[in-house]
Design a binder for this molecule. Structure first.
Ligand code: GLN
Length: 280
């Protein structure tokens, strides 16, 4: 009898433990389900917003190109961002800025991962085959930046940058320009994702010069504690900035063009430039 009671007690105990365990399992499964439902909901939300007709306007940029785009605390500010904010406002959308590498932004827009690129992007024939451009909003010039102490170039034309180590941003038009032997015959081209790295190397005489857009060059020089300067004279070449969208996205392009036209008419682009330029 004692034995039977003991077995019964053991069985009861085992049963309640299993039951407990079972309950725990069920609970945790339920929690998991809930959280995965939550994340499904989140995914769904992200999908909704990312697809066209969403309430977000997603812009890709490279925030190392003041005054057009730069980091102010942890937000991206600049002329291009003001233009994008005006576009988002006109479309009744929320502006979402994705800070990425310049080349990556050009690729992301082609793949439809972002709605547009606003990164001081110059219109070129080659790019026109890969993406569509808005009306231009700025005429830009390209210049040479040197170390004041050790100016490797004195001619604004750069004398073809012969035998120099030239810094450029990867994949931008300066990179394309110096890579063409008709324009330049440098000893070496050093490609950087960020101009800040290039300017550090120029300060430390690791490179001889940087070829880049004039206004960002002025900002870089202004932030260099008097160590860098722009080679005086005519620019190396002239370009036009525009906003790029995925090829065929005419609807967005029309909306962008309308806003750019209005901003130009109202003198807003100059105002944005003044607001974001250090040297005034
Ligand atoms: N305007 C140049 C280009 O489009 C540089 C732009 C940039 O470096 N952000 O290539």
């Amino acid at each position: 009898m004692k034995k039977i009671l003991a077995i019964a007690a053991i069985l009861t105990l085992t049963f309640s433990l299993v039951a407990c365990g079972g309950t725990e399992d069920a609970e945790s499964t339920e929690t998991k389900n809930e959280s995965s439902q939550e994340s499904n909901k989140e995914d769904k939300k992200a999908e909704d917003k990312d697809s066209s007709g969403s309430d977000l306007l997603i812009v890709g940029t490279e925030a190392g190109f003041a005054p057009y785009e730069y980091l102010k605390g942890d937000t991206v500010a600049g002329v291009d961002m003001d233009i994008c904010q005006a576009i988002a406002d006109a479309m009744g959308k929320e502006l979402k800025i994705e800070n990425m590498q310049f080349q990556g932004a050009l690729l992301a827009v082609q793949q439809g991962k972002i709605d547009l690129v606003a990164a001081g992007v110059s219109i070129t024939d080659e790019r026109k085959e890969q993406m569509d451009f808005s009306e231009n909003y700025i005429d830009a010039t390209e210049v040479i930046v040197v170390n004041k102490e050790n100016p490797a170039v004195s001619e604004p034309t750069g004398e073809k940058l012969k035998d120099l180590v030239v810094g450029v941003q990867t994949g931008n038009t300066a990179d394309l320009w110096v890579s063409d032997t008709e324009n330049a015959q440098p000893k070496e081209i050093k490609r950087y994702n960020q101009f800040l790295q290039a300017s550090e190397d120029l300060k430390n005489n690791k490179i001889d010069c940087i070829v880049m857009d004039e206004m960002p060059a002025q900002e870089l020089v202004a932030a260099s504690d008097g160590t860098l300067e722009i080679v005086e004279g005519d620019p190396l070449f002239v370009e036009q900035y525009a906003i790029a969208v995925q090829k065929g996205n005419q609807e967005l392009l029309d909306q962008i063009n309308e806003v750019i036209k209005q901003l130009k008419e109202d003198g807003k682009i100059e105002e944005f430039l003044l607001n974001h330029t250090q040297q005034q």
